[in-house]
Every structure is written in structure tokens, then in C-alpha cells.
Design a protein around this ligand. Structure first.
Ligand SMILES: [Mn+2]
Length: 363
């Protein structure tokens, strides 16, 4: 995000508001919860009553976000006041991502949409959508400044969680110099970065390690096509005590090898079918997913398949067909100046910001 967005109308709407409903997307990730709670705290500093929530049977910040400042202000969907003049949606690529809260949002006289998802359809009355922003948290930080609210440790902590999760710990191409300057300023407000890192990235239950073990043990590599895949059955979750929600980032475990450009993870669903997540360091996997009724980005996509081996074989065959014939496809050897170098532009290599969970976008 090179320059700060124009907050003019949004800032005046929020400055005049005494009661504000806020919501992030359902099944929130770190950026969604962090942005939601940060903005709620910012508006409370301006004296507003805030009602932060998201669509869920029970709205509570669960692990690894259960410790976040401002979580005590969360309200259940049923307790959302229906008649609040200003409703702010954060980190929602589309109004449907508000789930049950969409109706209240649509009824609000002023619906504000603050987001960084490419393809956001500007569903608000006022929209600040900045795809170049690393995270919605980055936008909320900019909004706080526009509102004249000085960050404190609590707000900065929520913002930091949004930034550090959506940038993959500052690894992805969305980590701009601005993002890192913001992170630095958040640390200056006393954000306990090492503690947050432990909470977010080193607090998995023991069973999770066993599940990763199974996944890695089963991983199958097609060397020629630089394609790796693995799978999880429902019984794996039952036996290790891991919930489906906790399996969202698992594909990272198999994509981390230099031997593969494309990774697929098959996760068995309750009906016996498999949700297939695809990640790529170069070849388009969006086209593979779309051809099978799924969706996503060129480098991160997903679809549903009836089986593991047959589908993996299909993907392998497609990759073999689309692979360039004239080089080794070893990115370290040949592509250093090449636009196909998977590391030259990783702007899409993060999980699609639309949703890190796989349920709604079938990624
Ligand atoms: Mn986000």
C-alpha cells in the first residue's frame, strides 16, 4: 500500500456515530478477528458503543486468538442490535461472507466496507477496498490515524495479529516496505511479538503434530511433474483429536519442499468426498480447480473430488501436459531472470485472502 486511502467520508461517518455494529467474515482468520477487534477498540476510544461480531452459532474468539484484547466486547449474532445507523464490514470480500449478519448490514443506513480482497464487489455505501494492502489490519491502522486515534498496546496487538497472519509472518510478497514500517511502529507500542508468535504458531495441540506426521509420511512425489500430494481421512482427525478447522494451513507442510512446484492436499469430508486444496509456486492451479467445479486463484485453488488416487493422477497428467518442455523446470537453475520463476512474484502465493478456511471458497 503505497499511499493511504481516502478515508474522508468513512472517517466522518464514524466520527459522528455513537453506536456502531462491526463484523468480519465467518470462520474468521487472524486478520479478520484482529481487524474487527482493533477497529472496535479504536471506535470505543472515540466514545462510540461498538458491537463486534461475526456469523457463528457462538461468537467467541477461540484458539489461537482467545487471548486477543477487546474480545470481551464480542456480541452474539442474536444480540446484534438491528437498528444501528452504521455497520462496518471488515475483511469481507463479498457481503455473503457476513453470513447471518448480512441482513442487518444491508439494512443499515450506512454500510461501510473495508477490505483488501481483489474482486471485492463494493457492497457497502462507502467502500475502502485496497488490494495492495497486506491485510485489512493495515487499512484499520491507516483509518485510526485518519480518525486521530493514537494507537495503544491493545489496538496495536490486534493489528499486529492481522498483519503477521495475512503476510505469512512477513514472508509473502504482500509484505511491502509500508507493511514492515507499520509492524515496526506496532512494536513501538509495546506489542509482545515473540509471545504472539508463540500463541499463533507454536500452540498446536499435541495431536496436531501426530496428524502432520501422518500427512508427511503419506506424501507422494511425482519428481518429473514436480507435484506432491497427501491426504487425510476423517478417521485421522478422530484419532488425533484435531478439528477440521485446525487443518486449514496443513498444506504448507507438504508445499515446503524444493522438489515440488505444485502441492495437493486431499481432506475427506463427512460425505466421503474429498476437498482438494492446491498450491503452486508457478503453474496455474486455478484452471485445474475451475475445470472441476472449484475456484480460487492461479496459485491457490481448490475443488471437490470423489477419490484420491484417480484425481491425483489426473492432476499429474495435466501438469505433465502443461509443463515447458525445454528446460529442467528447476527454478533454482533456470528461471532466475524469468517471469515464470516462482519466486519472482509471489503476490498470489499466499492463501487467497478471500478465506484461509476452505469451507466457503472450496479452496
Ligand atoms: Mn485479510
Amino acid at each position: 500500500m503505497a499511499s493511504s486511502p481516502d478515508w474522508g467520508e468513512v472517517a466522518s461517518a464514524l466520527r459522528g456515530a455513537t453506536r456502531v455494529c462491526l463484523a468480519c467474515h465467518e470462520k474468521p482468520d487472524g486478520d479478520a478477528v484482529g481487524s474487527l477487534l482493533a477497529l472496535s477498540l479504536v471506535l470505543r476510544r472515540l466514545g462510540a458503543e461498538t458491537y463486534p461480531s461475526w456469523s457463528a452459532a457462538s461468537v467467541e474468539a477461540v484458539a489461537p486468538y482467545a487471548w486477543l484484547p477487546g474480545k470481551d466486547h464480542l456480541v452474539q449474532v442474536s444480540d446484534m442490535p438491528p437498528d444501528v445507523p452504521v455497520f462496518v464490514a471488515v475483511d469481507c470480500g463479498a457481503a455473503e461472507r457476513l453470513g447471518e449478519l448480512e441482513e442487518i448490514a444491508r439494512r443499515a443506513p450506512c454500510l461501510i466496507n473495508i477490505d483488501h480482497h481483489p474482486g471485492n464487489d463494493d457492497f457497502g455505501h462507502l467502500n475502502v477496498v485496497v488490494p495492495a494492502a497486506s491485510s485489512t489490519a493495515e487499512l484499520v491502522a491507516s483509518l485510526a490515524e485518519a480518525l486521530g486515534v493514537e494507537l495503544d498496546r491493545d489496538i496495536a496487538t490486534c493489528l499486529y495479529v492481522g498483519v503477521v497472519t495475512d503476510t505469512g509472518r512477513f514472508q509473502y510478497a504482500n509484505s511491502s516496505p509500508h507493511t514492515l514500517r507499520l509492524a515496526a511502529s506496532l512494536l513501538e507500542h509495546g506489542v509482545p511479538a515473540p509471545v504472539i508468535a508463540q500463541e499463533l504458531f507454536e500452540s498446536a495441540p499435541f495431536g496436531f503434530l501426530k496428524l502432520v506426521g501422518r500427512l508427511l509420511e503419506r506424501a507422494t512425489l511425482y519428481e518429473e511433474e514436480r507435484f506432491i500430494y497427501s491426504w487425510l481421512q476423517r478417521s485421522d482427525l478422530d484419532e488425533t483429536g484435531v478439528t477440521p478447522q485446525e487443518t486449514d494451513g496443513l498444506i504448507d507442510a507438504i508445499r515446503s519442499t524444493r522438489a515440488a512446484d505444485v502441492a495437493a492436499l486431499f481432506k475427506q469430508q463427512l460425505d466421503g468426498s474429498y476437498r482438494v486444496s492446491l498450491r503452486s509456486k508457478g503453474p496455474s492451479v486455478g484452471v485445474i480447480a475451475r475445470a472441476r467445479g472449484g475456484g480460487g486463484h492461479e496459485l491457490a485453488s481448490g475443488f471437490t473430488a470423489p477419490n484420491i488416487e484417480g484425481t491425483a493422477e489426473e492432476i499429474r497428467a495435466l501438469l505433465a501436459r502443461s509443463a515447458p518442455k525445454d528446460d529442467s523446470r528447476d527454478p533454482r537453475a533456470d528461471h532466475s531472470d524469468d517471469s515464470r520463476d516462482p519466486r519472482a512474484d509471489r503476490s498470489d502465493s499466499r492463501d487467497p485472502p478471500a478465506d484461509h478456511s476452505e469451507s466457503s471458497t472450496a479452496l
